[in-house]
Design a binder for this molecule. Sequence first.
Ligand code: SF4
Ligand code: SF4
Length: 263
Amino acid sequence: MHDSYSKVSGLIFDIKEFALHDGEGIRTTVFLKGCPLRCIWCHNPEGLSPKPELSVKKNRCRNCGLCQKGCSHEECKGLNRCLHICPDNLVERIGTYIDSDTLARKLLKQCDFLNACGGGITFSGGEPLLQHEFLCDVIKKLKGKVHIAIETSGFAPSDIFKKVIQLCDFVYMDLKIADKEKHIKFTGADNSVILQNAEILKSSGIPSTFSVPMIPGITDSEENLAEIRKIAGDTPIRYLKYNPLAGAKYDNIGKEFLYKESK
Ligand code: SF4
Ligand code: SF4
């Protein structure tokens, strides 16, 4: 249990200001690191691992070897690369630990501006529910001062899902693939709990929208979209365009982009 004065530490990989597509108005979006799903088209591969990781922009690297010579910086220990020496700034650590008080204080400073713009703060990922204690702690410190939205895959135990959405002013929840076997094949997990959470969201009365990523050859079939419309019922749906540039980020963190191979 954490009261409103507690500090819970979380891992984030970005804070994007002036975001225009993560909810009403101008928003600040906080990206929490770690996701239990493995959608083969994932456009945020740097958000998958629940640990900090190294990124090297390999397409611009001249292989000069400078960053691999070893250094004495505390923050580079164990990485086998120096984070500071690259003349082109191609080496970075993805993921920063931050406690809930520090993050809330940083976000509170933006509230007047965000409120004046009819915007707010959005928590995204990765899958933000994976760090639900940290997330709830931050939201409780912001509650009532600014509009709070969350973007979630809905893949979380239902008690956690309920606990978090009740603190939010708006919920975006993904509905990717209706068929259970295809969901397992393309995201690595059964969708039963997602469908259960979709029902919880629909009956919660919390303003919400379902998000459908339009992945060519996987989610965009008329059959899948018709099933998703049935699941969504009266809840609005937004259709998100596939980002064809997503694949480039995989190489930077030493992961393989599987989407093209499986089309
Ligand atoms: S210092 Fe920069 S350019 Fe040189 S090897 Fe490292 S990442 Fe590549
Ligand atoms: S749920 Fe989102 S972050 Fe997680 S693997 Fe799928 S697309 Fe990536």
